[in-house]
Design a protein around this ligand. Structure first.
Ligand code: ADP
Ligand code: ZN
Length: 783
């Protein structure tokens, strides 16, 4: 019976692979019902373990997998010879937390596509197709590519794209001004809304709130008061078309030259990568806006990735000044309504320019003509949770799949990108001077051993003096300390007990204004106790070391007259607060800014002439591979906020080791020299970007299990020419959220692809229940 039956079945039954948003090793096959014709990319509803799930009809890529970036990103913009190397093989088990979601007990509803191990008659039928736009082919290839490169299960990568895709279209309500306007007294906020609406066509609540710099509540309140009346916005064109020929800035000769190179790259309609490298304040944004203008002239779409979209108010203003209208904005905090119309507008080509966070990579551009990554050196582009990937590198991959140019922008480019330039893979254009003759700030170190601060204080006399002078001249000053809260450590003066997080290997950070101690890793929060929890001594807990709150307190007593503003992620949550802060500074309503790394982010404050770095040594502790590089980048960016207009800028670095190469480089303004010496240090040992790294992060419920799993991985470690395995070792964050963590590091020469090695390695070691192995290819954080 079997023979004849099966043959008949093979003719009658059609199977289709569906990729589900879970960490399975690949798609599953489903039987196609008679009246259904699924095509690759269609969103399908399928049965899974007695539930119904959404998945995407997948197509196994043609025999040769997508061209690979041979790692350390960017290379490879040509296909590698051993193309198959980093394509996942269906036989391998999931690498992370294998089987946690569904036990591997045959509970799978179907076979993995292509293995054909599940006979036709056992296949479950697909329930139906969902009436939303399909996932585009270039996105499906991006998903395959990212999964292959990062070793994340393809379903988890696809889930990120599906979340974006599910922003299904719907009609949108906007607001116009009531005519006549009811008689009421207007607050400032309401007046701004009215002003915004007289200048443009109807806008949605969120758009209007953003343009007017008010909260959504203000707009809704005005609607309730009859000041605004609803109109249905046409779904297709929620975004006005930026005008490339709107009168913009007049570019300097250098800027013109740079813009011409970028315009040419856009006009070529081909993949290329260009580093736009220019000193802080040189007008890099103005220059790449010209590339966007060219892209608009070709009627293609442009994508701009920013590291922190919440801090983009000045960027958005600049865009409007250049093109007359606002761009589309994309990030994870959009309301579902805004997401929907933005998604649809992108899919229909009606959003010509999108500025967004990492997830904007998964938007369905039908004709992407340019990808810009601003502040390309920023570690915020690395996603550390879930699928671990670097958005800068994936932006380059996306550009490649769309045959579009990518432009990476920074005043302090990463060594990775510089190495790609030096190897001839990327081209580089340089803006050597600040715009309009502004000079680079003068940088000097304050030796904290020679001129220490007063006891129990953190600002040294030369810095205090400099702030006084600056304020006396009516200019603005900034104090930078990359640490939130009041103090990083609280200890008992009596018994020496340190307040530690119960879930993490970390101290609790005091937030005095909130009267709390908080763990910055897991969020665990407790009220500040009155007595030491260890020895019960009363009033014995004392703050050790400064955070921005403590510096603010010190500044308040030193400069009581100065109007102060604290800029930190917890004091300035969300885009409105950041936009308001930026407005207040530009309007000179603030004299002294005290902030964390937020202040380093591309701001242009023309009246700011002094930057004081409270602890320039802070980022150098810890011995991370890129500690020095990152410190130079961060401090140079902070320094770059000073003296951007006529008045010259001045930067003072408080340090205990002014002779350190990082301080020397900053004082001399010699970034290139510093990067060259970094390169020389990393090259011989094959450290990135001159070699490859991949980390395995073992975590488990218990230290015992973590040790056992790490040991097993250590024993199964790959050996061979050009590769080394370092560890296992306890992670610096040995306990995080109650999980015990160990790390192993695979280091290879550049010509060795790490993915096949990792895959073979992981396949040898079963992950027991309660244990987990996370893979981080090209790690940025080593915690
Ligand atoms: P960067 O991004 O290189 O730090 P920006 O693009 O922020 O520099 O430019 C610094 C400031 O100079 C901004 O306020 C910008 O508007 C202004 N600027 C730059 N180029 C021009 C130009 N050609 N004409 C007028 N203003 C310019
Ligand atoms: Zn914690």
């Amino acid at each position: 019976m079997a023979g004849a039956d099966r043959k008949q079945g093979a003719e009658a039954i059609r199977r289709v692979p569906v990729l589900l948003p879970y960490p399975f090793p690949g798609p599953f096959d489903y039987r196609v019902p008679p009246d259904c014709d699924p095509q690759p990319g269609d969103i399908a509803l399928v049965p899974l373990n007695r539930r119904e799930e959404l998945g995407v009809v997948w197509d196994t890529p043609p025999s040769s997998p997508p061209p690979l970036v041979g790692g350390g990103w960017g290379e490879g913009c040509e296909p590698t010879a051993d193309g198959g190397s980093t394509h996942p093989s269906p036989q391998h088990p999931p690498t992370r937390g294998g089987g946690e979601l569904f036990p591997q007990s045959g509970a799978y509803p179907a076979s993995y596509a292509g293995t054909g191990s599940v006979p036709d008659h056992k296949l479950k039928p697909l329930i139906g197709l969902v009436d939303t736009p399909p996932m585009r082919e270039d996105l499906r290839r991006l998903v395959d590519w990212m999964a292959a490169y990062t070793l994340a299960p393809p379903g988890e990568v696809m889930a990120m794209a599906l979340r974006v895709n599910r922003a299904a279209p719907a009609p949108v309500t906007g607001w116009r001004l009531a005519d006549p306007q009811p008689e009421t007294r207007l607050t400032d906020a309401r007046r701004r809304v009215i002003e915004a609406l007289t200048q443009t066509q109807p806008r949605s609540t969120a758009e209007l709130a953003r343009v007017a710099g008010v909260s959504n509540g203000v707009v809704r309140g005005m609607a309730d008061a009859g000041l605004l009346v609803p109109v249905t916005l046409s779904g297709a064109a929620p975004f006005a078309i930026p005008d490339p020929d709107y009168p913009g800035s007049v570019l300097s000769a250098d800027q013109q030259q740079a813009a011409a190179v970028l315009r040419q790259a856009v006009a070529a309609r081909a993949f290329s990568v260009t580093l736009l490298d220019g000193v802080t304040g040189s007008g890099k944004t103005e220059v790449y806006l010209e590339a966007i203008a060219e892209c608009l002239r070709h009627r293609r779409q442009a994508l701009v990735l920013l590291p922190e979209i919440a801090l983009s108010s000045q960027w958005l203003e600049r865009f409007e000044r250049r093109f007359g209208v606002a761009p589309a904005v994309w990030h994870s905090d959009l309301t579902s309504r805004v997401r929907r119309f933005t998604w649809r507008a992108v899919a229909e080509g009606a959003a010509p320019v999108v500025v967004g966070a990492r997830s904007a990579l998964f938007l369905p551009f039908p004709d992407l003509g340019l990808v810009v990554v601003d502040e390309e050196h920023e570690t915020a582009f690395k996603q550390e949770e879930g699928v671990v990937y670097h958005a800068r590198d994936m932006a380059v991959v996306r550009a490649r799949f769309c045959a579009a140019p990518a432009v990476l922008v920074s005043a302090t480019p990463s060594l990775e990108t510089v190495a790609n330039v030096e190897a001839g893979r990327y081209q580089r254009i340089t803006l050597p001077t600040r715009h309009a003759g502004a000079l680079m700030p003068h940088v000097a170190a304050i030796d904290m051993r020679e001129t220490p601060p007063a006891r129990g204080h953190f600002l040294a006399p030369p810095l205090i003096e400099a702030v006084r002078e600056t304020l006396a001249r009516g200019e603005q000053a900034m104090l930078f300390l990359n640490r939130r809260g009041y103090a990083p450590l609280t200890l008992c003066r009596h018994c020496g007990h340190r307040m530690q997080c119960p879930n993490c290997t970390a101290w609790l950070v005091e937030h005095r204004t909130r009267r709390e101690l908080q763990c910055h890793h897991c969020g665990h929060t407790v009220p500040i106790p009155d007595a030491c929890p260890a020895c019960a001594a009363a009033n014995s807990l004392t703050a050790v070391g400064p955070g921005v709150e403590r510096i603010t307190e010190e500044a308040a007593s030193l400069f009581p007259e100065a109007r102060r503003l604290v800029m930190a992620s917890d004091t300035m949550p969300g885009p409105h607060a950041a936009a308001e802060a930026s407005r207040a500074i530009a309007a000179r309503e603030v004299d002294l800014i005290i902030g964390t790394q937020i202040v380093a982010k591309g701001w242009h404050f023309p009246h700011l002439t002094l930057v004081g770095v409270v602890d320039a040594d802070l980022g150098l502790a810890g011995g991370d591979l890129r500690a020095a590089e990152r410190t130079v980048q961060l401090l140079h960016q902070v320094a770059g906020r000073a003296g951007r207009a006529e008045a010259p800028g001045r930067v003072l670095l408080q340090t205990f080791s002014p002779e350190h190469p990082v301080m020397q480089a900053l004082v001399a303004g010699d970034l290139a020299g510093f990067m060259a010496s970094e390169a020389a240090q990393r090259r011989p040992g094959h450290w990135p970007p001159y070699g490859r790294l991949a980390a395995l992060i073992v975590s488990a419920d218990s230290a015992l299990l973590a040790d056992a799993l790490a040991r097993d991985l250590g024993r199964a470690a790959p050996h061979g020419e050009g590769m080394d395995v370092l560890g296992p070792a306890p992670a610096p964050l040995a306990i995080l959220r109650g999980r015990h963590r160990r790390r192993l590091l695979l280091k290879t020469r550049r010509d060795v692809a790490v993915q096949p090695i990792l895959r073979a390695w992981l396949a040898k070691v079963p992950v027991p229940r309660g244990g987990r192995v996370d893979v981080d290819v090209d790690p940025v954080s080593f915690l």
